[in-house]
Design a protein around this ligand. Sequence first.
Ligand code: AMP
Length: 425
Amino acid sequence: MANYQPQRGTYDAYYEDALNIEKIEGILSSLASVYGYNPIITPMYESTSLFARSAGESSDIVTKEMFNFVDKSGREIALRPELTAGVMRAVVTNKLYATKDLPLKLCYCGPAFRYERPQQGRYRQFTQFGIETVGVNSYLSDVENIMFGYNALQMLGFPHIILKINSIGDEESRNNYRKALKDFFAPKIGCMCDDCKRRFETNPLRILDCKVEEDQEIIKDAPKMSDFLNDFSKEYFNNITTELDNLGVEYELDPTLVRGLDYYSHVVFEYHYISEEGTNLGAIGAGGHYDNLVKEVGGPQLSSVGLAFGVERLNLLLKELSPDTYAKTEIDVYGIAIGEEARVEVYHAMEFLRSNGFACDMSFENKSMGASFKIATRKNAKFALIAGEDEIKNGVFQVKDLKKQEQETVKAEDLAEYLQNKIEF
Ligand code: AMP
């Protein structure tokens, strides 16, 4: 008999986990709608070149982590490693920038795929919820994105978060900084890791992202981006931090934050949370400003800003943070019938109550009262609805409040109203 194992780095979410993931996605999408974002749904796969072009040929995502393949017609395809590139491709394909008022405000939620080494909070298929603001003409859009993420985490129930921000400046500032980094690392690169050696050639900014401890020792003395920002970039960033100060948002300036994707410019940011038990899953959300991505994928130059949350990381942390309020599978009413005739009547009552919005379930098997009550408890039912021959004869049901352990006889036609008054929604 075949024994199928799940694919490495994938997971199954069910019951409470699946419910909580839906709850998180629901909270994020309703906040996005409050902020004026409209949903966009794009394909899970695109041409490999779209990601290579947007994330950058030298990025880890493209060089090491892409799930790519050749389809039956010889097309080079990749499962999306993130959703921004596909969303920008859709903006260009459908000329959304020409038909809607700018900035476009789009939000998305869906799976992304990266061939990474799996660990806690790091999967090969994971879910991103994100927003994109396309065609921005004010630093206030950057602030708005940062605030969306900040408020979303508050709404989800995180008691405190660490917001790290940095500016990687405009192109001119980055070019000057790149030169300075090359000069700094040139005499040291020989004893750094292979990834850094590659990064030194392709994009020295990425060396700052290296997690190897020995390399970190060298990196900490590297020149700082903030010393290379030109006046325009300095002012842009200053406007953002001043506004965050005005809004009373705490943040950490992190000069080593450069982010793994090539398309960013100006402000980049990450949200972190470290639980009281010390669980740290890295960034739970991250984003930044990008100036050239829409142009790179065939559209006009439109400055944009966006961010994405990792839904699974949020779920893992929230589960640890508040196991009591963690979403439960529960129902309003569990039907218990004694005898075949009563079973049909109880089933009819279930359908009637469902049509009135009550969550109901029942067993179609013959089970003892004791066993049926145990099932009702396991299903976290608020009420049991019980009927046998006598109840059917008299057109009533016994309704038992399973928390208070109180039982009342209720006329069939009064059921919905009775439960409506009893159940706190
Ligand atoms: P990034 O596109 O790398 O900035 O990722 C945005 C967010 O997605 C991160 O802050 C994480 O929360 C989440 N994320 C990234 N990679 C993974 C992964 N392999 N597994 C789970 N979540 C991830």
